[in-house]
Design a binder for this molecule. Structure first.
Ligand code: ZN
Ligand code: ZN
Length: 344
């Protein structure tokens, strides 16, 4: 399946422990590929309620054949929707598979799971009843432990993982990623590093993807540092991203704004509003020592929580509030399901 040759394994764990994450990003070794950007396809964009449209994105480096899935709340229905909207232009029925099957079987190299909340893993769990190709599922050790203990336990669901309750069917390879260590994603030209995030009672995570000298940051659910009881996960991340922002190597980021500004801090439970997101982006601009540094940066916003109340449209409200408070001049994009976003 793979036609790509992996050239480097760039593990910088010792560097990270010794010098801090910011320096590690700056010192990541150059890989031989020429630098390009990224292509993203939104498979699901909502933060709840609608099980046909929950957080999941496919991303690949421009020029790559294979994608990494970023969370998998809604997987196969999202692929269908994206096909209907003209994404995966190079994919059709292949090898006896439907186009949907071809994308699922042949174009996804692996999965990154930011945290094990159901709205981020439901598609992964349901799709496991088909042949999944023994693909890697990357995540923090704590995230994979929940997958293994609470879903793949033969009680909630058969054990499609490769550890835990016997027999382990091994359809997914649960692959732990320690914070601050670069690792390569097989069958792609991507390498990646994972950072922890505060998400109320659990640890969520961000994955920083690298292709040549181009970077993209995908954030799982997160609340602001100021509500985390003294935590500084986002502040640490802004320090790490600042050098990339300064030299325009960060091609984009995807982060959440779950609720409109009217929702009180006490009701956020480890999520962001537009106001909190802009405050955090302000911290990134400050870390970059340049108020203009974020101008034009593509900031994709997802995980908006829908409402079942007549006449309410939190997503439009969130979009309007983001625009109204956009002092940094970032390019906010709220992708819809099936939308393709280019980040050259
Ligand atoms: Zn969520
Ligand atoms: Zn969550």
């Amino acid at each position: 399946m793979s036609h790509l040759v992996r050239r480097f394994v760039s593990v910088l764990g010792t560097c990270c422990l010794a010098t801090g994450l910011a320096l590690c990003v700056a010192q990541a070794p150059a890989r031989a590929e020429t630098s390009g950007g990224f292509e993203l396809v939104a498979l699901g964009v909502r933060g709840g309620l609608d099980d046909s449209n929950l957080s999941s994105y496919l991303i690949r480096a421009q020029g790559d054949a294979h994608y990494l899935a970023l969370d998998a709340g809604t997987l196969l229905p999202g692929i269908d929707r994206a096909l209907a909207r003209g994404a995966f232009a190079d994919a059709g029925p292949a090898g006896g598979d439907t186009a949907q099957g071809h994308v699922f079987h042949d174009l996804i190299a692996g999965y990154f799971i930011s945290h094990a909340h159901l709205d981020h893993v439901a598609g992964l769990l349901i799709a496991a009843t088909d042949d999944t190709g023994h693909k890697p599922v990357y995540g923090l050790p704590s995230t994979l432990q929940v997958l293994s203990d609470d879903y793949f336990n033969w009680q909630a669901w058969p054990n499609f993982g490769d550890r835990g309750a016997k027999p382990a069917l091994g359809r997914y390879r649960l692959t732990e990623t320690a914070p601050g260590q670069w690792f390569d994603i097989p069958d792609t030209t991507l390498s990646a590093q994972v950072y922890p995030l505060w998400h109320d009672r659990i640890t969520s995570s961000m994955i920083l993807l690298r292709h040549g000298d181009a970077y993209f940051a995908y954030f799982g659910d997160t609340g602001p540092d100021a509500l985390s009881g003294g935590g500084h996960h986002l502040a640490d991340i802004w320090q790490a991203l600042a050098p990339l922002v300064r030299r325009h190597a960060l091609k984009g980021l995807l982060i959440e704004a779950s609720y409109p500004n009217e929702v009180t801090d006490a009701q956020l439970f480890g999520h962001l509003t537009p106001a909190w997101l802009e405050r955090e982006l302000g911290a990134l601009a400050e870390a970059s020592s340049d108020p203009e540094a974020l101008k034009g940066l593509k900031v994709l916003v997802g995980h908006t929580k829908p409402s079942l109340k007549a006449g309410r449209d939190p997503r439009s409200q969130i979009a309007a509030q983001l625009q109204a408070g956009n002092r940094l001049g970032v390019h906010f994009i709220l992708p819809t399901q099936g939308q393709q976003v280019e980040m050259p």
